[in-house]
Design a protein around this ligand. Structure first.
Ligand code: TRH
Length: 395
C-alpha cells in the first residue's frame, strides 16, 4: 500500500455536524489534524457548532465571527463555520461527510460539475460488529447527480478502515510513561499533585450515571486506595449528589474513606491522551475517548453512547467478544460483568471487587490488544490509499 501515489489527492475537506457532546467533532478534529500533519495536503474542516469545537481547541474561542465564516488556520487545518446558507466555492479533491451528515445541495452540485469529480466519502461510526466489513468501501450512486459516495467504516480488523492512530502516537506515549521521575513526574507534567505510590489512579469520563453513588460508596469502603480524576462534564452532577457536595467544581477535591476524588478541567485532546496514559484504569465513553483508551493500553471501562431499543448492547457485546479473546475466563467474565453493569445491566458496586481483582491480568491483556490493533493500518493511511485508488479510477 502506497498512499503517496502520484494521483494521491492534495486537497481534502471534512464536514462535521455536531449531534451532541464531543464525539463527532472529536473524531473530525483528530482526522483533520492528522491529515494535515502528514504533509503536502490542504485540509479544510467545516463545523456547525463552534462552541463544541472550542472546547477541544480553546484557541478557536478567540476567533471572531467573520473569521470563523471565512476560515481560520488552526494547527495547520483551515477551520470554517458551516453556515446554513452555504457559499459557492470549489470543492476539495476529497470530500468527507462525517457520520452521514448531509452535504449542502449547492456543494453537491459544484462537486458534480468538477472534472475529475471529487472522491466522496461518508465516514461512519465505529463498531466492532461483523457486518461492518461487508459494508466498508461500498459505493452508493447519488440518485440524481453524477456522483458516487463511498462508505468508509473504521473498525478492528483488516477488512475495515482501521482506527485513528497518528504516526508517532505510541512512541510519544512510551516516552511519556518512561520519563524520569516516574508517576510523580508524569502527574506534575499534567499539572496534577502527586498521589500515593500504592493508590490506583483512575480517570472517570462518563455520561450521567444512576449507578455511580453505589460505586463511589464501594470505593470509599473498599481495600484499595483510589484517586479518581473526573474531567468536568456530564457525570459531575451525579458525583456531586453522591458525595453530598453541591456545586462541586473544577479544582475541588473530596476525600471519603479510601477514595480521593479530584475534579479536573476539560483539556485539549492531546492533554487528555496523556491523562489516559498516566492512569491505571480509565472510564471512557462515546467513540473517540473509547479509541484513545485502547491506545493508552490500560484497563478501561466503556460507557457506550445509548441508542434507541438498546441497540448499543449489540455493539458492546461485539466489542467485548473481540477484545476479550485470549483473556483468562475469570478475567473475561469479570470484565464483561462490570462493563454490562456500568451500562445499566447490573450493579457496578457489586461487580467491582471481581473486576478490581483482575486488573493486573487486564493490564497485560490491554497491552497485547493495543499491539494487535497497532499492527493494522490506521484510518488515515487507509483513507489516503482509498482516495488515491478512487481518484486514479475516476481521474
Ligand atoms: O462526547 P462523547 O460522548 O461523544 C459522542 C457523541 O455523543 C456522538 O454524538 C456520538 O455519536 C458518539 O459519542 C458515539 O464521547 P467521545 O466520542 O469520547 O468524545 C469526547 C471527546 O472529548 C474526545 O475527542 C476526547 C475529548 N476530550 C478532551 O479533549 N478533553 C477532555 O478533558 C475530555 C474528558 C475529553
Amino acid at each position: 500500500m502506497n498512499p503517496e501515489r502520484p494521483n494521491s489527492p492534495r486537497s481534502w475537506e471534512i464536514f462535521c455536524q455536531v449531534v451532541d457532546n464531543f464525539g463527532d467533532i472529536g473524531v473530525c478534529w483528530r482526522l483533520a489534524r492528522d491529515l494535515a500533519a502528514r504533509g503536502g495536503r490542504e485540509v479544510r474542516l467545516w463545523v456547525d457548532d463552534w462552541s463544541a469545537f472550542s472546547r477541544l481547541c480553546p484557541a478557536a474561542a478567540e476567533v471572531e465571527g467573520a473569521r470563523r465564516r471565512s476560515g481560520v488556520v488552526l494547527q495547520a487545518v483551515v477551520v470554517r463555520q458551516w453556515p446554513s446558507a452555504f457559499p459557492e466555492l470549489d470543492p476539495a479533491e476529497v470530500v468527507i461527510e462525517a457520520f452521514a451528515c448531509e452535504l449542502p445541495e449547492v456543494h453537491l452540485r459544484r462537486m458534480a460539475a468538477c472534472e475529475p469529480r471529487p472522491v466522496w466519502i461518508n465516514l461512519e461510526y465505529l463498531s466492532a460488529e461483523d457486518w461492518v466489513a461487508g459494508c466498508h468501501r461500498m459505493a452508493s450512486p447519488h440518485p440524481r447527480l453524477p456522483l458516487v459516495k463511498h462508505f468508509f467504516f473504521p473498525g478492528f480488523d483488516a477488512a475495515t478502515g482501521g482506527l485513528p492512530r497518528e504516526p508517532g502516537l505510541l512512541a510519544a506515549r512510551d516516552a511519556f510513561l518512561g520519563m524520569p521521575g516516574g508517576r510523580r513526574a508524569r502527574l506534575a507534567a499534567l499539572g496534577l499533585a502527586p498521589v500515593a505510590d500504592e493508590a490506583l489512579l483512575v480517570s472517570l469520563f462518563a455520561y450521567e450515571h444512576p449507578g455511580l453513588a453505589g460505586l463511589l460508596q464501594a470505593w470509599s469502603d473498599g481495600d484499595l486506595e483510589l484517586v479518581v480524576l473526573v474531567p468536568e462534564g456530564r457525570v459531575l452532577g451525579d458525583v456531586a449528589r453522591a458525595l453530598a457536595r453541591p456545586g462541586l467544581a473544577v479544582g475541588d477535591a473530596v476525600v471519603r474513606g479510601r477514595l480521593q476524588l479530584r475534579v479536573l478541567p476539560f483539556t485539549e485532546q492531546d492533554a487528555y491522551d496523556r491523562l489516559l496514559w498516566a492512569c491505571d484504569l480509565n472510564f471512557v465513553r462515546g467513540e473517540d475517548s473509547f479509541v484513545r483508551a485502547q491506545w493508552a493500553a490500560k484497563p478501561f471501562v466503556w460507557h457506550i453512547y445509548p441508542q434507541a431499543e438498546d441497540a448499543h448492547f449489540d455493539k458492546l457485546e461485539a466489542f467485548l467478544a473481540r477484545c476479550g479473546e485470549g483473556l483468562a475466563p475469570e478475567a473475561e467474565a469479570a470484565m464483561r460483568r462490570f462493563w454490562l453493569a456500568w451500562n445499566g445491566r447490573g450493579e457496578p458496586a457489586a461487580e467491582w471487587p471481581a473486576f478490581a481483582a483482575e486488573l493486573p491480568r487486564l493490564a497485560a491483556h490491554q497491552r497485547a490488544w493495543c499491539g494487535q490493533l497497532a499492527a493494522l493500518p490506521d484510518l488515515v493511511s487507509q483513507l489516503l490509499e482509498f482516495s488515491a485508488h478512487i481518484s486514479g479510477r475516476t481521474g
